[in-house]
Design a protein around this ligand. Structure first.
Ligand SMILES: Cc1cc2nc3c(=O)[nH]c(=O)nc-3n(C[C@H](O)[C@H](O)[C@H](O)COP(=O)(O)OP(=O)(O)OC[C@H]3O[C@@H](n4cnc5c(N)ncnc54)[C@H](O)[C@@H]3O)c2cc1C
Ligand code: FES
Length: 277
């Protein structure tokens, strides 16, 4: 039976991973207490609830091929996330989802991928890349170039996985930081500058961007300079949300709702909705 729209599914926290040196991003692995995991695809999000506190929006960090549990990486911000961070293994939370549209993977088929991410929004990109690297999906896309930037080296999410991806075939990993420490040997610059410097081959490419609004804003002109067309650039938008299903009007972008029509839009679609980009 389908889960009713506004009734959270009860989930048990089965593991908690402290991801970064600042200890303010935890990855929660959740297993359903009733029923099954509702099928989802990379790019979609869910509303997680702590009973008696409220709900907030989080992109799936797990990949659909991980069938027993789902994972969300949560940065401590306000009321909900502070309370979530206090909960440990064995606690029960609520989940409404999946919500929103996934990446249109059919449009990535046969294409190289330029993936650009920053900050905690990288959670959604982790889901996408982990899924595309499965045996079933990998042959469908060409070369993957991943650009990922954070403020300092200790703030990279999923460090062990990044180390594995670095060795993957047909995959280039480009990490950058705003400020280096004594062990950092890589570039020290913002993500858009790194994309410009590396100048990936765009002849058969599509681009995916997920990150803080300034990163998106300054990456777009770089991609356009590299000759990517607005319909070939896919952007995951983040807006303050409430209902997550297009009913409350909290997340509108012109006539569209980011929660229901998005959060993934092409640059072409965004330009028809707003003059910000
Ligand atoms: C589609 C989508 C996916 C998201 N995925 C993740 C994720 O994977 N991991 C994660 O940690 N967070 C994610 N977020 C952000 C998360 O929903 C907010 O940080 C949420 O408000 C935290 O709830 P809170 O009650 O703890 O904080 P609140 O009390 O709601 O807010 C704390 C502070 O964050 C600001 N804020 C809230 N939401 C946003 C937003 N969307 N953009 C900018 N500022 C905001 C508020 O104005 C306030 O200053 C996502 C948001 C969206 C819309
Ligand atoms: S969050 Fe309610 S309409 Fe989008």
């Amino acid at each position: 039976m389908d889960q009713p729209l506004f009734v959270p599914q009860r989930m048990e926290i089965v593991s908690v991973t402290d991801e970064v040196d600042s200890h303010d991003i935890l990855t929660f692995e959740l297993r359903p207490l009733d029923g099954e995991i509702a099928p989802y695809l990379p790019g979609q999000f869910a509303e997680l609830s702590v009973f008696g506190v409220g709900e907030a929006t989080f992109g799936y960090a797990s990949s659909p091929h991980e069938t027993e549990t789902v994972r969300f990486s949560v940065k401590r911000m306000g009321a909900l996330t502070q309370e979530l961070h206090r909960l440990g293994v064995g606690a029960t939370v609520g989940l409404r989802g999946p919500l929103g549209n996934p990446f249109d993977l059919a449009r990535f088929e046969g294409r190289d991928l330029i993936v650009v991410g920053g900050g905690y929004a990288f959670t959604t990109l982790r889901s996408l890349i982990a899924y595309l690297l499965t045996d079933a999906q990998r042959p469908k896309v060409g070369h993957i170039s991943l650009f990922y930037g954070v403020r300092s080296p200790g703030l990279f999410l999923y460090k062990e996985e990044l180390a594995r991806w670095e060795k993957a075939e047909n995959f280039s990993l480009h990490l950058t930081v705003d400020a280096a420490d004594e062990n950092w040997k890589g570039p020290v610059m913002v993500v858009p500058a790194l994309v410009e410097k590396v100048a990936p081959d765009t002849r058969n490419a599509v681009a995916v961007i997920c990150g803080p609004p300034p990163m998106i804003k300054y990456t777009l002109p770089v991609l356009e300079k590299l000759d990517l067309k607005p319909e070939e650039v896919f952007i995951s938008m983040e807006m303050k949300m409430k209902c997550g299903v297009g009913l409350c009007g909290r997340c509108n972008l012109g006539p569209k709702f980011v929660c229901k029509d998005g959060p993934i839009f092409t640059l072409k679609e965004l330009r028809e909705l707003t003059d910000v980009y």
